[in-house]
Design a binder for this molecule. Structure first.
Ligand SMILES: Nc1ncnc2c1ncn2[C@@H]1O[C@H](COP(=O)(O)OP(=O)(O)O)[C@@H](O)[C@H]1O
Ligand SMILES: O=P(O)(O)OC[C@H]1O[C@](O)(COP(=O)(O)O)[C@@H](O)[C@@H]1O
Length: 305
């Protein structure tokens, strides 16, 4: 079972305008979607849809916390959250004619006792793999993530910002940086695929057994002990990219749960992401056939290590 820990869940509000945003103007639309989000929660939703066993955990509080809990229940996603006194946040993605604006709140204040309860919750669930996804709310530190990593006999996956990846101390199973997170984690400029390979290999050398680097429309890389694999993104119509990174991680983790190879896990990551970018926000697209999909994703070996 995969336990996903989202320290900082969110109600994701995705709102669409057919015009560029301007200051001093009231923009109006009837196109708005509210979903339960936060990186670990998205992974629990996508992994469940990929027919692997997942439970969502983390901190929830207030009305938005109730919204997230109710949505997961309604969608049949197993959950085991720590209830906090403060309010879960609302994140807004504005899709306007001039681009995609992501407006994320820092989140509620977490107390040391909340972190203790989270560690106990993780231990009680006895997962094979524990994923920590997304930002840390005020009051929670990276040493708490290392503590979660060491608190049980599980593989630990992280989908966190580059500045976090640079500071983690325990041994991790897999991380999923995007291009800017690779740059932030290593202090390198990451523009070409060769830059991304070097940065991802540096992270691997720092203690991540697998580095799954997502490169937006250029696809994804997987650095293993033995090789560097590459998979192109699919040529699909993109509604928005909210949840795309979470989808790559979900495909990878679900494939591992199904006992698939490194190459198939990378393939499943980009196939899942191709579906997720085709729907608004973090709604779960049709994923049941991803495992048996006929769509060709050619995984190539960039380098043998
Ligand atoms: N424009 C796009 N066309 C097709 N697939 C895309 C596109 N943008 C992202 N993806 C898919 O989503 C994955 C994750 O996107 P990326 O932007 O790297 O992650 P993040 O959401 O973490 O920033 C990519 O590896 C790719 O498979
Ligand atoms: O914890 P952070 O970094 O603020 O990110 C949270 C946001 O990221 C998401 O998980 C989407 O992630 P990606 O677009 O990076 O895949 C949203 O659901 C959520 O609002």
């Amino acid at each position: 079972m995969i336990l996903t820990v989202t320290p900082n869940p969110a109600v994701d509000h995705t709102i669409h305008f057919d015009e560029p945003l301007q200051t001093g103007v009231v923009h109006r639309t009837d196109d708005a979607v509210f979903t339960a989000g936060g990186k670990g929660i998205n992974v629990a939703k996508y992994v469940s849809a990929l027919d692997a066993d997942a439970t969502a955990s983390g901190f929830l509080g207030g009305h938005f916390g109730k919204f997230v809990r109710d949505r997961l229940d309604a969608d049949g996603i197993a959950s085991d959250f720590v209830t906090i006194d403060a309010d879960t946040r609302l994140n807004t993605t504005v899709l306007a004619e001039d681009g995609e604006y992501k407006l994320n709140h820092n989140g509620p204040q977490i107390r040391p006792a909340d972190v203790d309860e989270l560690v106990e919750t993780a231990q009680a669930n006895e997962p094979d793999t524990l994923l920590v996804g997304g930002s840390l709310p005020p009051g929670m530190s990276l040493s708490d993530v290392d503590r979660l990593a060491r608190a049980g006999d599980w593989k630990i996956a992280v989908d966190m910002g580059g500045e976090y990846l640079a500071e983690l101390d325990a041994d991790y199973y897999v991380c999923k940086p995007n291009r800017s997170e690779l740059a932030a984690a290593t202090g390198r400029t990451v523009e070409t695929e060769a830059d991304a390979v070097e940065a991802a290999e540096e992270l691997h050398a720092r203690g991540f057994e697998y580095v799954l680097a997502s490169l937006g429309g250029d696809g994804a890389l997987l650095v293993t002990d033995d090789e560097v694999l590459s998979a192109p993104a699919l040529d699909v119509e993109v509604v928005d990219t909210v949840g795309a990174g979470d989808a790559v991680m979900s495909g990878f983790l679900a494939a591992r749960e199904h006992g698939l190879s490194d190459a198939d896990a990378l393939r499943m990551g980009v196939l899942t992401a191709a579906r997720v970018v085709g729907v608004a926000g973090t709604r779960v697209p049709h994923l049941e056939d991803v495992l048996t999909n006929e769509t060709r994703v050619e995984v190539t070996t960039v380098r043998t290590r």
